[in-house]
Design a protein around this ligand. Structure first.
Ligand SMILES: O=C(O)C1=C[C@@H](OP(=O)(O)O)[C@@H](O)[C@H](O)C1
Ligand SMILES: C=C(OP(=O)(O)O)C(=O)O
Length: 426
């Protein structure tokens, strides 16, 4: 892929149908549960991208047999029945937060020494809250002095009992702990301390675990979760939904062009919270129709909104770009945790929106965006796939929007620019 891509504004009205690739979050959860289960699981509709490839490579390095077919969409996983086959492994997860957090928890179930590392940015992404919680259940884990990877797990299984965990930096810590918990010697009770961010991802974790026959109980706000110890995962056939965060770029395309986009395979009750991005677009003036197995967004004139995006923060950048085309000011609140992702997303979005002519006020927990006179710009992407994909949306309306280092989309959506270029041209 070249070092930059210029997005071409749409010539005619948009009326497109698309099925994005499989959900990253569901693929990586299903892989963890299938790897631990007893028996052979078949995962269909899986995502084949860097974040899932590093998960598969790491599980193979731990001795789990995984066969891939249909271009990576179908994965056959021979579960280890809770007993990791290898007693030593060096795992490298690039910049995949889910892989780092979920595999750290899984590695504590082994018997030996496992290291986990990633790119330089991974050395700035926190994991101490997960380490603290796993240690309360009997694990031995060391991290860098900053509380970030590299991670060294000296594993001898988890004892179980009660663990307290903070949830205000990332929900992935809690999800990782939950998925390992059925293999502790005793039942595990998790008490979540303080605010929990990204709650729909924890609901998703519970749902995937239940699909693999785990038994767990949770209070309504996930303040406490109890996972029973003698209900290990059972292998299953598991169908993965298309990725709802990836779908947000196509819904946004409809919103900013006044066109229509149908996304197949996603509906109001999808397991992924990010499908609710459409409700944000509805507040901005779009018409949203949820079908039984598709969601349709029809764009219209847009108005600025004031939104709490804590639960759906992977779509924050998409909404920020849509705000460029709305009448009035848009305020995005309660997303301080996005400063710990692939890049500091609040700072990155503010800098790039300003290049396109917007006035932006940056807050600790969000942004206030007022559109201005549009100026063409080269958009820096900060090695963050979502910067590239969200700012591409602006180029459908305005000429001369150039996305730098577009290959960063490989993290979750290697075919993104091909699918995006096909919009309105089919
Ligand atoms: O559990 C998951 O699959 C994810 C949780 C979210 O992270 P945080 O909990 O850190 O917000 C989200 O940003 C990420 O892309 C995927
Ligand atoms: C934050 C993200 O990923 P992760 O935390 O899994 O690296 C993302 O995909 O936007």
């Amino acid at each position: 892929m070249s070092r930059k891509i210029e997005i071409m504004p749409l010539a005619g009205p948009l009326d497109a149908t698309i099925r994005p690739p499989g959900s990253k979050s569901l693929t990586n959860r299903a892989l963890i549960c299938a790897a631990l289960a007893s028996g052979q699981s078949i995962l269909t509709g899986a995502l084949d991208s860097e974040d899932t490839q590093v998960m598969i490579a790491s599980l193979r390095a731990l001795g789990i047999e995984i066969e891939s077919s249909e271009g990576g969409k179908c994965l056959s996983v021979q579960g280890c029945d809770g007993k990791l086959p290898r007693d030593r492994a060096e795992l490298y997860v690039e910049n995949s937060g889910t892989s780092m957090r979920f595999l750290t928890a899984l590695a504590t179930l082994g018997n030996g020494k496992y290291t986990l590392d990633g790119i330089a940015r991974m050395h700035e992404r926190p994991i101490a809250d997960l380490r603290d919680a796993l240690q309360q259940l009997g694990a031995e884990i060391s991290l860098s002095e900053t509380g970030c990877p590299p991670v060294v797990v000296t594993a001898k299984g988890l004892e179980g009992g009660v663990a307290q965990i903070r949830g205000d930096i990332s929900s992935q810590f809690l999800s990782g702990l939950m998925m390992a918990a059925p293999y502790a010697d005793e039942s595990v009770t998790i008490d979540v301390k303080g605010t929990l961010v990204s709650v729909p991802y924890v609901e998703m974790t519970k749902a995937v675990m239940e699909s693999f026959s785990a038994k767990l109980r949770a209070t309504s706000g996930y303040e406490q979760i109890v996972i029973e110890s003698n209900n290990p995962y059972q292998a299953t056939e598991y169908g993965i939904e298309p990725d709802a965060s990836a779908a947000s770029y196509f819904f946004a395309a409809a919103a900013v062009t006044g066109g229509k986009v149908e996304v197949q395979g996603l509906h109001e009750n999808s397991l992924q919270g990010d499908v609710k991005f459409c409700d944000c677009l509805a507040q901005m003036g779009c018409q949203v129709n949820y079908g039984s197995d598709c969601t349709v967004v029809q764009g219209s004139s847009l108005r600025g909104v004031d939104l709490d995006m804590n639960a759906i923060s992977d779509t924050m950048q998409t909404l920020a770009v849509v705000a460029l085309f709305a009448e009035g000011t848009t305020r995005i609140r309660n997303v301080a945790h996005v400063r710990h992702k692939e890049t500091d997303r609040i700072a990155a979005v503010a800098a790039e929106l300003r290049k396109l002519g917007a006035s932006v006020n940056e807050f600790e927990d969000g942004l206030e965006i007022t559109p201005g006179e549009f100026t063409p710009a080269e958009i820096a992407t900060y090695n963050d796939h979502r910067m590239a994909m969200s700012f591409a949306v602006a180029g459908l309306r305005q000429p001369s929007v150039v996305i730098l280092d577009p290959e960063c989309v490989n993290k979750t959506y290697p075919q993104f620019f091909a699918d995006f270029a096909a919009l309105g041209r089919g």
